[in-house]
Design a protein around this ligand. Structure first.
Ligand code: ARG
Length: 462
């Protein structure tokens, strides 16, 4: 960080120089310089509008444009001299602009304040991040659909209470994750829509006495319309909180997904193999292959939820309108965007390479009397009341446990002792294939229902 000879903002008002520590303590340039591109984008629109309403001459406007262009280049090339003395990204850019083009640079801030400027910058930034995140989510969804298609017929145990419950297809399980992401993307879209209003023009808090055209700047910057209330415009950070809430939900989903991947790669489940490129070994145990990526994603979910809490606490006691507290909104927001995008990327890259171990999944599904409900449904179809059927099947399961057999391995005469309604055709429903194939309604686990769901999902994504 370089320092320069420029005095602090509004220096005429002050008789004492800022305390050196306070200068660093209150500065945000170390992190908000990330908004530079959006700050310049906002300034270009503002300058164009100021010229159109006759506040800037065309020559001044064009000088501002070329100065900002040069600054953007300096920032891109990494040779812009950021200074903590200029406090934040906005003042750094403005000071450099004035250095480059003189008096016209000083006119850029007419009719605006850093308060509406920063509120605009964050929205421009977040809008772009949401679009990148959304594209990554779509990539992950496609990867899930492709894998689900390959695994539409693969039988695995479905769990409740982490106990084997009923057989399901692996494709169906993968589609459950797809659905979560689908809702997540809807939430992001919602958040983006509500956020896409332009605060610029609210100035410090009360608006401005210049005849500004807020509809023009809104249009130039791709916002739906200007915001409706100047006080709310500069103080509102709901959109950041909403985004972090949506991000926390996504991370919670990725964390659950991770937890299953971690369980399934363990020797105890041994359902899947993760690609070597996404795992690491142990420094002491040569046999280890650890599922680091899902573990890390599971861990990072806590961090994102933490950022959501930080932003809620940041806002909860602030009186209208802008307060310096708001400077604290950036780091949690930036880190949420980065963490989320990186986690999604790791998953989108990893999912296509997940290999399932069909035999182990099948064996596990056979072990937990997972077709017991099918036997009860069979008895109901033969005329038994469901509660009686439940009781009979309970006895059959007891017999299976006592003799170390699955339901399909119990002989017909033994089953008939439990209920005379049972006939040879019972074995059709006791198989895992029969059990999943029977659930072919919309939303069901049958291979044909899974393939239909994939087809519908592909159409939606297109
Ligand atoms: N760096 C400030 C922020 O991030 C910009 C706005 C400063 N406004 C002010 N009145 N001090 O919030």
């Amino acid at each position: 960080m370089t320092t320069d000879s420029n005095d602090k903002l509004s220096s005429a008002r002050f008789t004492q120089a800022t305390d050196a520590f306070v200068e660093t303590f209150t500065a945000s340039v170390d992190f908000d310089r990330r908004l530079a591109r959006h700050d310049i984008q906002g300034s270009i629109a503002h300058a164009r509008m100021l010229c159109d309403i006759g506040i800037l001459t065309e020559a001044e406007r064009d000088a501002i444009f070329s100065g900002l262009e040069q600054i953007a280049g300096e920032i891109d090339r990494g040779c812009f001299a950021w200074s903590v003395k200029q406090e934040d990204v906005h003042m750094n850019i403005e000071a450099r602009l004035t250095e480059l083009i003189g008096i016209a640079g000083k006119k850029l801030h007419t009719g605006r304040s850093r308060n509406d400027q920063v509120a605009t910058d964050i929205r421009l930034y977040l809008r772009e991040e949401i679009d990148n995140i959304d594209a990554m989510m779509q990539r992950l969804q496609l990867a899930l659909l492709n894998l689900a298609e390959q695994e539409a017929e693969t039988i695995m145990p479905g769990f409740t209470h982490l106990q084997v419950a009923q057989p399901v297809t692996f494709g169906h399980h993968l589609l459950a994750w797809f659905e979560m992401l689908k809702r997540d993307r809807e939430r992001l879209r919602d958040c983006r829509g509500r956020m896409n209003y332009l605060p610029l023009g609210a100035a410090a808090l009360a608006g401005t006495s210049y005849p500004i055209d807020r509809f023009q700047t809104a249009e130039l910057l791709g916002f739906t319309a200007p915001t409706a209330n100047s006080l709310d415009s500069v103080s509102d950070r709901d959109f950041a909180i909403e985004f972090c809430a949506a991000a926390s939900l996504i991370m919670m989903h990725l964390s659950r997904f991770s937890e299953e991947l971690v369980l399934w790669t363990s020797a105890q489940f041994d359902f899947i193999e993760l690609p070597d490129a996404f795992c690491t070994g142990s420094s002491i145990m040569p046999q280890k292959k650890n599922p680091d990526v899902p573990e890390l994603v599971r861990g990072k979910s806590g961090r994102v939820t933490g950022h959501l809490m930080a932003l809620l606490m940041l806002m909860k006691s602030q009186p209208l309108a802008y307060n310096k507290d708001n400077q604290e909104d950036k780091e949690p927001l930036f880190d949420t965007c980065d963490t989320l995008l990186h986690c999604l990327r790791a998953f989108a890259d990893m999912v296509p390479h997940i290999r399932s171990k069909h035999e182990n999944m099948y064996k596990a599904a056979r072990q937990g009397f997972s077709t017991a409900t099918d036997l009860a449904d069979y008895l109901v179809r033969k005329g038994a009341a469901f509660r009686d059927a439940h009781e009979i099947v309970g006895l059959a399961v007891r017999l299976g446990i006592d003799s170390g057999r699955d339901l399909a391995e119990i002989s017909l005469p033994e089953l008939q002792q439990l209920s005379p309604m049972i006939t040879e055709d019972v074995f059709g429903v006791l198989t895992l294939e029969g059990s999943v194939a029977a659930r072919k309604h919309i939303g069901g686990t049958a291979p044909e229902a899974v393939l239909a769901a994939i087809e519908a999902a592909r159409k939606e994504l297109a």
